[in-house]
Design a protein around this ligand. Structure first.
Ligand code: CA
Length: 231
């Protein structure tokens, strides 16, 4: 369907069973799908198809999915969701630091995959309309203009560091942020290896903003990788 307004998804996956599964799942959501089974095909398809979102496997027969991220990010900010059997935290961090937006480990459930895709697509369409001035999650309201935070209508005292961290975390709902990314943004480059600071300050924010800080629903930890804000 040329010229349609449907969301375009490029599936980069060399395992044909999974490729077919993904295509069926996306087509059931009325998405327009193209697939690529290797790196060079992926780069060509991306350039001609202009996808709104990429689902990317890292282990490809003719190269590494990370190379795709590097080249694609040179001209597109469309979200990249990694779907990979690589379980090592270092690999996830590498992919996220190079410009991927989220990571799902194989095997995954289709419900989970579609939910993550929806979050990324929502985020993508919001970026165009500019930075939000107000954010709501649970019973929390953040007013970025006034720099105020309330929970259940009551003002919450937030320190400047906590505020910077909250801003960095919530700017991109659903995006997985590595510890390095967050630390650089909140403390600058000199504190890079002090991830315990980050843990402490995320703890502060959870105590102030989560209903049950031990079971956070919005400020989520991705063990060994970083954090993700869920609206
Ligand atoms: Ca593979």
């Amino acid at each position: 369907m040329m010229g349609s307004n449907r969301v375009r998804i490029l599936v980069v996956e060399d395992e044909l069973d999974i490729q077919r599964l993904l295509r069926t799942a996306f087509e059931s959501q009325e998405f327009e799908v193209q697939d690529a089974s290797n790196l060079s095909q992926a780069l060509t398809r991306a350039a001609t198809f202009h996808p709104d979102l990429i689902v990317l496997d890292l282990g490809l027969p003719d190269g590494d999915g990370l190379t795709f991220i590097d080249q694609f990010r040179a001209w597109s900010q469309a979200p990249i969701l990694i779907v990979s059997a690589r379980m090592h935290e270092a690999d996830k961090v590498k992919a996220l630091d190079r410009g991927a937006d989220d990571f799902l480990s194989k095997p995954f459930g289709l419900g989970e995959l579609l939910a993550r895709v929806r979050v990324q697509l929502r985020r993508g369409s919001k970026t165009e309309s500019g930075m939000a001035t107000r954010l709501e999650f649970g019973d929390v309201v953040v007013d970025f203009q006034q720099r105020t935070v309330t929970k259940a209508g009551q003002p919450v005292h937030i320190t400047p560091t906590e505020y910077r961290l909250l801003t960095a975390l919530t700017r991109a709902p659903g995006k997985m942020l590595t510890q390095n990314t967050l630390m650089k943004e909140v403390w600058g480059p000199h504190l890079q290896n002090s991830s315990h600071y980050l843990r402490i300050y995320v703890g502060h924010l959870r105590r102030k903003l989560e209903n049950d800080p031990s079971q956070p629903r919005h400020l989520m930890t991705e063990t060994g990788v970083g954090y993700r804000f869920v609206k």
